[in-house]
Ligand binder design. Structure first.
Ligand code: NI
Length: 169
């Protein structure tokens, strides 16, 4: 297993649209275990392959308190969304230190393959629903700050670029 490096907003690679995973093979299972390790190491609750510069439809999630309920969703598709939406505060490992409100469906049902390549439907509500919608956006090349006003987004962009320059120094 290996820790992967996470792309930071506003890296243009975060806007790549991911392609479907064609086979759940040894390569994909290794990517899954590396992504899980990377997510846990970074204390995140979700990570999309896009964020580690792999542009395939794969996300990992764990919203449990104990950090022992990993969920692997390969080629996830929304099959049902609740009528209601709710505003939730979100953050992202690709936009460290930034938290803001985004409207998401209260609940979603997602069909996906697991790490064994088995198709299943996950019924997600609350934090899991928010997290899955956030990660699925990454696969479409969308970062949560794009839901915010242009003013806020530009302020975040400037802050991220400044932080990166200070890192290099
Ligand atoms: Ni994110």
């Amino acid at each position: 297993m290996a820790l992967l490096s996470i792309l930071c907003y506003p890296d243009p690679r975060l806007h790549t649209v991911a392609k479907p995973v064609t086979a759940v093979d040894a390569r994909v299972r290794l990517l899954v275990s590396d992504m899980l390790q990377t997510m846990y190491e970074a204390s995140g609750i979700g990570l999309a392959a896009t964020q580690v510069d792999v542009h395939e439809r794969l996300i990992v999630v764990d919203v449990s308190q104990e950090r022992d309920q990993p969920l692997v969703l390969i080629n996830p598709e929304l099959v049902w969304t609740s009528p209601g939406k709710r505003l939730n505060e979100e953050g992202c490992l690709s936009v460290p230190g930034i938290y803001d409100g985004v409207e998401r469906f209260d609940a979603v049902h997602v069909r996906a393959l697991d790490a064994q390549g088995k198709s299943r439907v996950i019924e997600a509500c609350d934090l899991l629903a928010v997290c899955v919608q956030h990660e699925m956006d990454h696969l479409l090349g969308k970062v949560f700050v794009e839901y915010l006003s242009p003013l806020k987004r530009n302020r975040i962009k400037t802050k991220m670029l400044k932080a990166r320059r200070e890192d290099v120094r």
